[in-house]
Design a protein around this ligand. Sequence first.
Ligand SMILES: [Zn+2]
Ligand SMILES: [Zn+2]
Length: 117
Amino acid sequence: MISVAMCAVERQQFGINFAPDGQGGWCASTGVRIPTERQAQGYSPGSLSGGFSVGPEYRCPYCASDNFFQCGACGGLDCMGGAIQRNGGQWIWCAWCGSEGPIHGSIQNLQGFGDLG
Ligand SMILES: [Zn+2]
Ligand SMILES: [Zn+2]
């Protein structure tokens, strides 16, 4: 399944390809650009649950960030390209809703994201 994420640097939507990791969880394998026309159509709802990890090949297709996070405020996925170091940890902001804060926790389930497949 592909989930829609936003590049925090370029503010462009892109898809994260999730593949089963063989242990009941999901591994982000690749990041792919989404054509503008496809973005305008909107996405059908989907959900994933289990553990989430990031594969060695995964990169944001816009800024090449090798990680992503889920916003605790709006639930949107963002690339980590906009993260900065603050107070000894990573400080992130969400390109979907503008929320910002320290990163914490891990993704348990993803909901409301489009399955492009
Ligand atoms: Zn990015
Ligand atoms: Zn957000």
